[in-house]
Structures are given as structure tokens and as C-alpha cells.
Design a protein around this ligand. Structure first.
Ligand code: DC
Length: 218
């Protein structure tokens, strides 16, 4: 199977991965896998069960009963549609914490491989080009200035009536980035075989065009 039809996009929060991935998938007639949503789904469950994310035994227990499914853009956890509930700052923070745990990463590894190996897919996350699909031949890494990323995240959150200031959003984001990039287990990392795109000053369409022009095809 050709590894050119799994497009991977990694980068920190607010770099524009989700917006661009969705649009790119639409343009190519590909499907789209938002792996952050899987970590957020686990975080949602952990929070609902009142589990301490540092308690590995409890975490394992939670993973043994959780059932995550992705259905036409919706995230379903044990039959409950959590698509909207997982998009809060609180779940973002919890997802970053649980994502540092190897048991969680192992659990989600298989799910991501199974979905992605169907091919013709855009997969976005933090370790997609390095750990989940290292064999992909179309890997991208996005970044943008912390101020721009903070602004974007703040805009997303304020749609949900969050009253956090931009300054606090930038601080939270920096904290999360540091945790995501310095953890032992599959940290966010830009690898040499990824095409780097700084999205600070390019519009969404510009980024999509750039990717399309860089794609290796059969
Ligand atoms: O992209 P996001 O904000 O929805 O991701 C939420 C958290 O999940 C993020 O802080 C780190 C973690 N994550 C990860 O560790 N690996 C991925 N492939 C995707 C997300």
C-alpha cells in the first residue's frame, strides 16, 4: 500500500492543524482524523469518573471500560455524544495530562492505526509523523507565534462563552506546549522528514495550497 495517501500534520495547539486538515481532506476527497479528539475523549471520561490522572491503576481501569467511536465527525464515548463537551479549556488541560501517560498512548495507538491504515486520510496530532505513521511520505509540521496561537485558541473558546483573557489563554497554551513537548512518551517533535509551515501570517487557503503543491503522489 502506498504511504503517500496518509498525510500527517503535527504541531502545537493553535497552529491551525484542525482547520487546515478538514479543508485539505475536503479538497482531496480524503477522510480526516483528529487524534487530539481521542485524547480529549479519554480526558472527558477520566474527569467524569473523578480519576486522578496520575493514578495509573485507575487510569487502566477507565481505559478497560471506555469505548470511543468517531461517527461522521462526532466523538462518542460509551454511547454519549461528547463532541461539544470535549472542547473546553479544562478538558484541553486534562487531555494534555493524560496524553503524557504511556498506557493512554498505547491504548490510542491501535485505534489510530486502524483508522489511518484505511488510507486516503489526513491525520493531525502531535506524534503522527514520528510515532503513529512514521512510514508516511507526506508529513507536515505547523507552527505559529505564541501570540497568534493564543489569539486563535481564545477565539475558539470565546464562542463557548468562556471569559478567560487572551493573556491567560496564551499562558495556558504555553504550559500545555511545554508539557506536550517535554514528556518522555512520544513528545511533540519536528522531524527532518517533515515539511515545516509557519502559519502565523498565511491564511488558511494559503496553507492548503502550499500543502497541495508539496504533496508527493503516485
Ligand atoms: O490538539 P488538541 O488540543 O485537541 O489535543 C489535546 C491534547 O492531546 C494535547 O494537549 C496533547 C494531546 N495529544 C497528543 O499527545 N498526541 C496527539 N497525537 C494529539 C493530541
Amino acid at each position: 500500500m502506498g504511504m503517500k495517501d496518509i498525510i500527517t500534520i503535527d504541531g502545537p495547539s493553535g497552529a491551525g492543524k484542525s482547520t487546515v486538515s478538514k479543508l485539505l481532506a475536503q479538497r482531496l476527497g480524503y477522510s480526516y482524523l483528529d487524534t487530539g479528539a481521542l485524547y480529549r475523549a479519554v480526558a472527558w471520561k477520566v474527569k467524569k469518573e473523578g480519576i486522578d490522572p496520575d493514578n495509573e491503576e485507575k487510569l487502566k481501569e477507565a481505559l478497560s471500560i471506555i469505548k470511543i467511536t468517531l461517527e461522521s465527525g462526532k466523538v462518542i464515548v460509551n454511547g454519549v455524544d461528547v463532541s461539544s463537551d470535549i472542547r473546553t479549556g479544562e478538558i484541553g488541560e486534562m487531555s494534555s495530562k493524560v496524553s503524557a501517560k504511556p498506557v493512554v498512548r498505547e491504548y490510542l495507538y491501535a485505534i489510530q492505526r486502524e483508522i489511518g491504515l484505511k488510507g486516503r486520510v489526513v491525520v493531525e496530532g502531535r506524534d503522527i509523523g514520528t510515532v503513529i505513521f512514521p512510514e508516511s511520505e507526506n508529513k507536515f509540521f505547523f507552527d505559529a507565534s505564541p501570540e497568534e496561537r493564543g489569539k486563535r485558541r481564545h477565539k475558539e473558546l470565546s464562542v463557548k462563552n468562556s471569559d478567560t483573557s487572551i493573556k491567560d489563554t496564551i499562558e495556558d497554551l504555553k504550559k500545555r506546549d511545554t508539557r506536550d513537548s517535554t514528556r518522555d512518551s512520544a513528545p511533540l517533535k519536528r522531524a527532518n522528514d517533515m515539511i515545516y509551515i509557519d502559519t502565523t501570517n498565511i491564511g488558511i487557503d494559503g496553507v492548503v495550497e502550499k500543502i497541495i503543491s508539496e504533496l508527493k503522489r503516485d
